[in-house]
Design a protein around this ligand. Structure first.
Ligand code: PLP
Ligand code: ZN
Length: 393
């Protein structure tokens, strides 16, 4: 039963009614879902999770859907948290883990957000959705929309990885390839959505994707026996996963499940598109548009994240930092991780490894600290990016 009390603007704190269709606040802020956590706390214990289903819907009391039959699920969440001892030895760490989100449906963590968003869309009677995407959000949107019988309209950059394009087509979505970046795709959706009757499920313009992604925060706590790690490396494009985990930690503290300690939240970007690193280093509250964004890590090519302030608040509030690595470093790291640990990961996730090396070298992190890298996607989605290293013949 619904524990949602209302939605709240993340910038001006204006309140919005639950169970209605919403996009952004009129001030431009993203809406955050608020729950009656004091009531939840009385009836839901962390011990009861022992018997819960091994997917993200195990956190039902802090998810926004009202009716079980609205849920569109393909087995998302409860991904493995793997100790990577050989990688740890190679980088000079002692307690290093990878949360492998590449094992989600459609091969990325975007499945979490879309499972929540499409479930809510179904509950609210939405029949057509549209999404601008760097690739993986599109694949997830197409899959969950197909399973829900909802029409999906997808806008991706022309050079999106082939896997995402083929996947979306096979999943029955209406796909448009755009000569530009995700920001250009977003403009098209904004211009056409009212006339076409599309509900816009763009990153943070829709309030429920973040609720699905926040479960990465619940899971890491649960998998470590309710003790959070010292540092979390998160490959940041729109930053939704990081914002979601930060929200989850506060919720868990209110539930009495964890204390006030937080991991250092570390934003990892590519040198060819690092608006959050620049804003962090300048001490700014908001990020400026990154001109001529370019990187093989397609998910990191977000020139101006809508949730820039929320990302910076989490990084600063946690004593974390923001750091960029170049394309060569991140592809090298993907191959290193694969050969050391048997995990073939997305370039976005691989980017965390050179970032970790740099932060160990500067002393920002100590080798004894417990560190978790979020690998947000599967390497198999990025064959073009890796193929340049392995010419045939
Ligand atoms: C594999 C991968 N990693 C990371 C990201 C960035 O995600 P977020 O918007 O949560 O920062 C994306 C987004 O497209 C992605 O596809
Ligand atoms: Zn507002």
């Amino acid at each position: 039963m619904p524990n949602v009390t209302h939605l709240e603007c993340s910038l001006c704190a204006q309140s919005f009614a639950a169970n209605q269709i919403h996009n952004l606040c009129s001030c431009g802020g993203a809406l955050l879902v608020r729950y009656d956590l004091d009531a939840v706390r009385k009836t839901w214990t962390r011990d009861s999770l022992v018997q819960a289903k091994p997917d993200l819907w195990r956190y039902w009391p802090v998810l926004p859907v009202n009716r079980r039959e609205s849920v569109v699920s393909l087995g998302e969440g409860m991904t493995p948290l793997i100790e990577t001892k050989r990688l740890a030895a190679a980088v000079g760490a002692k307690d290093l883990w990878v949360k492998d989100e590449g094992l989600n449906p459609t091969g990325s963590f975007k499945a979490r957000g879309m499972s929540a968003a499409i479930s809510m869309a179904r509950e609210l009677g939405i029949t057509k959705i549209a999404v601008p995407s760097a690739g993986n959000a599109a694949s997830a949107a197409a899959a969950y929309a197909a399973a829900a019988g909802i029409e999906a309209h997808i806008f991706m950059p022309m050079d999106v990885p082939q896997a995402n394009f083929i996947e979306c087509k096979a999943l029955g979505a209406h796909v448009t390839l755009v000569n530009g970046l995700i920001s250009d795709c977003a403009k098209i959706v904004t211009e056409r959505k009212d006339k076409e009757g599309w509900f816009d499920v763009s990153t943070l313009k829709e309030p429920y994707r973040i609720e699905g992604k926040k479960t990465m925060g619940y899971e890491v706590a649960e998998q470590f026996g309710w003790k959070l790690p010292n540092a979390i490396f998160y490959p940041t494009g729109g930053g939704v996963g990081l914002i979601g985990m930060w929200k989850a930690f506060d919720e868990m503290q209110t539930l009495g499940w964890i204390g006030s300690e937080r991991p250092k939240m570390i934003v990892v970007q590519a040198t060819g598109c690092q608006p959050m690193v620049r804003a962090f280093e300048r001490g700014d509250q908001r990020a400026e548009f990154w001109q001529d964004a370019s990187t093989v890590a397609a998910g990191l090519r977000v020139p101006k994240p809508l949730g820039d302030k929320l990302i910076l608040d989490a990084v600063r509030g946690s004593g974390g930092t923001a750091i960029a690595v170049n394309d060569e470093e991140l592809i090298d790291a993907g191959i290193e991780l694969a050969s050391l640990e048997g995990m073939f990961v997305a370039p976005e996730g691989a980017a965390c490894i050179p970032a970790l090396r740099k932060l160990l070298a500067t002393g920002f992190l100590k080798p004894s600290e417990r560190i978790v890298i979020y690998n947000t996607g599967a390497g198999l989605k990025y064959l073009e990016a890796y193929a340049q290293r392995f010419p045939r013949g």
